[in-house]
Design a protein around this ligand. Structure first.
Ligand code: ZN
Length: 457
C-alpha cells in the first residue's frame, strides 16, 4: 500500500495494516527455529563464569575467522594481503593481527562483507539509525534474526519480568501517522506484536494528554523507548498531575539514560527503569542488572577498547569500542569500530554476574564537547543537577570558546537560574562564553533521537 493512502486511512484500517505486518514480524522473529532452539541455551550461558565464557569466545572467533577468510570477499583479500592463514587467528589475543574496521569501509561496499554463499535477495536488509551522516546497510539472514530476538528475549525482557508476548507501548521514530496530523490517535495498535506504537514526533505539550489517556486506558505491561522520549512523557505526566500510570518496567534504549531521567520515569510510571545498549549490527549487547550495572553479553561479541591510534587503552580508561560480532555470520564484522566510547570494568558485581560491565558510554565524536586541554566530554548531566527547573537542554559547541545552551524552561525557571546554570557549566568545563537560548522545544534527529550535545567544530 502506498504511504499516502495509509496516512489518509481511518485509524481502524491503520490498526489492521499494522497488525498484519506485526503478525509477519512475529513469525519471522519468534517462530524462527533458531529463536526456539537457541533461547534456552542463551539463558543457560547467562550464569557462566569468566573462564567458561572466555573459552567460548575463542571458539566463536575460530568459527568466525574460518567463515570470513574462506567465504567473505573483503576478508579473503585482507588475509591474502596480510599473508595470514585462518589458523593464525585462533583466539582473542590473535585478533590484533587484523586491522580495525571503520564504518566508512563497509559503507563503500557492504556486499563485499557478505558471505558469498548467501543469496543477497533473500537476506533481511536493515539500516542503522545513523544519528549522523548516512546509515549503514546491514545484511542479516534468518539465523541472525532468530538469534538477535532470542538475545533480546533472554537478556532484555525475561530478566525484567516481561516476555515477547507481554503487551507493551513503544515510543519510536517511525512515522505511524502523518506528520501534519493534529488530532489523536498519534499511535497504532499492532495486535501481531501486542504493541501500541506511539509516534515520538507528536509527543508535545499540545498532545501529551492524549498519550497519557491512551496509556492509562490500555494498562500495558511495559513501555519501551528512547531515554529522551520516556523522560518527555514522564515530565508531561508530572506537569499534568497524572500519577496513576503503572508498568512492570520501562526499558530505555538507543540513548544513554541519565540519572535525572531514570528518577523521574521511575517515579511517574511507578516501575523499575532499565537501560540497555546494543546496535543493529548485533555485535554488542549490554543490559542492566539489579545493581544498575550494564553487563556486556560475552556470547554476542568480543569487545576491545582502543585509543585513537588503535592501541588498547589502559584498564579503567575510556576508549573507542571495537567489536567482533558472533551473531551475524551472514555479514561478519571483525574488530569493527562502532563509533561510541566507553569504559569497561571487571569489578565484582553484587548481582552475581561475571559478565564485564560497560561504564559511562559516551556518544559519537560529534556528540562530545572538546576542550582546550584535549578532553572530550559526553555525559553532561552533572551540569544540570540542582534546582534548575529545566524540561530539556541541549549544549551546542561552536568552537573552543563559545557555547550555546538551548533550554526548554520548566515552571520555575527565572533569570537567577539562568545565571546559576552558566556558572555550573563553567565550573564543570572551565571558563568559556556561554549563551542561553530559551526555546519551546528541541528538534530531534531524523531517526527521532534526542541529542544532548551537538558539536559544530
Ligand atoms: Zn550486576
Amino acid at each position: 500500500m502506498k504511504k499516502n493512502i495509509y496516512y489518509s486511512s481511518p485509524p481502524v484500517i491503520k490498526n489492521i495494516i499494522a497488525s498484519c505486518y506485526g503478525r509477519k514480524l512475529y513469525k519471522r522473529r519468534y517462530l524462527n527455529k533458531y529463536f526456539i532452539e537457541e533461547l534456552p541455551e542463551i539463558i543457560k550461558r547467562q550464569s557462566w563464569a569468566t573462564v567458561t565464557y572466555e573459552k567460548y569466545q575463542d571458539q566463536c572467533i575460530r568459527d568466525l575467522i574460518h567463515i570470513a577468510a574462506n567465504h567473505v570477499p573483503y576478508y579473503r583479500e585482507l588475509f591474502q594481503s596480510l599473508k595470514l592463514k585462518p589458523e593464525d587467528v585462533r583466539s582473542r589475543k590473535d585478533l590484533s593481527a587484523l586491522p580495525i574496521l571503520d564504518k566508512s569501509e563497509i559503507k563503500s561496499n557492504p556486499e563485499r562483507f557478505v558471505d558469498e554463499r548467501c543469496n543477497l535477495r533473500t537476506l533481511n536488509k536493515v539500516y542503522t539509525s545513523g544519528t549522523t551522516g548516512s546509515p549503514l546497510c546491514v545484511y542479516r539472514d534468518k539465523k541472525t534474526d532468530g538469534l538477535a530476538y532470542a538475545y533480546t528475549e533472554a537478556r532484555w525482557r525475561l530478566p525484567y519480568g516481561v516476555s515477547k508476548d507481554s503487551s507493551w507501548a513503544m515510543i519510536g521514530g517511525k512515522l505511524v501517522v502523518a506528520q501534519e496530523q493534529s488530532r489523536p490517535p498519534f499511535w497504532v495498535w499492532n495486535s501481531g506484536l501486542n504493541q501500541l506504537y506511539m509516534s515520538s514526533y507528536h509527543l508535545s505539550h499540545d498532545y501529551a494528554e492524549f498519550y497519557l489517556d491512551e496509556l492509562r486506558k490500555r494498562r500495558l505491561d511495559y513501555i519501551f523507548g528512547y531515554a529522551s522520549s520516556l523522560y518527555s512523557l514522564a515530565l508531561f505526566a508530572e506537569n499534568l498531575g497524572v500519577n496513576d500510570l503503572k508498568f512492570s518496567v520501562a526499558i530505555s534504549n538507543a540513548e544513554p539514560l541519565m540519572t535525572y531521567q531514570h528518577e523521574l520515569v521511575s517515579k511517574m510510571f511507578n516501575c523499575r527503569v532499565v537501560d540497555t545498549y546494543g546496535c543493529t549490527e548485533w555485535c554488542i549487547q549490554a543490559g542492566e542488572c539489579s545493581e544498575r550495572k550494564l553487563h556486556i553479553s560475552p556470547d554476542v561479541g568480543y569487545i576491545e577498547l582502543t585509543d585513537s591510534n588503535g592501541k588498547p587503552v589502559p584498564e579503567g580508561e575510556i576508549g573507542e569500542i571495537i567489536c567482533t560480532g558472533f551473531i551475524n555470520l551472514a555479514q561478519p564484522l571483525i574488530r569493527y569500530k562502532i563509533g561510541d566510547s566507553a569504559k569497561i570494568s571487571d569489578k565484582h558485581c553484587k548481582c552475581g554476574s561475571e559478565f564485564l560491565i560497560l561504564e559511562s558510554v559516551e556518544g559519537r565524536n560529534d556528540d562530545l564537547i572538546i576542550l582546550k586541554d584535549g578532553r572530550r566530554i559526553g555525559r553532561l548531566d552533572p551540569v544540570f543537577k540542582g534546582e534548575f527547573s529545566i524540561s530539556e537542554a541541549q549544549i551546542i559547541q561552536d568552537n573552543l570558546d563559545n557555547f550555546t545552551i538551548k533550554v526548554v524552561p520548566g515552571k520555575k525557571w527565572n533569570n537567577d537560574i539562568e545565571y546559576l546554570l552558566i556558572k555550573s557549566f563553567c565550573n564543570y568545563i572551565g571558563k568559556v562564553n556561554v549563551k542561553i537560548d530559551i526555546v519551546k522545544s528541541i528538534q530531534r534527529t531524523k531517526a527521532g533521537k534526542f541529542k544532548a550535545v551537538i558539536n559544530n567544530m
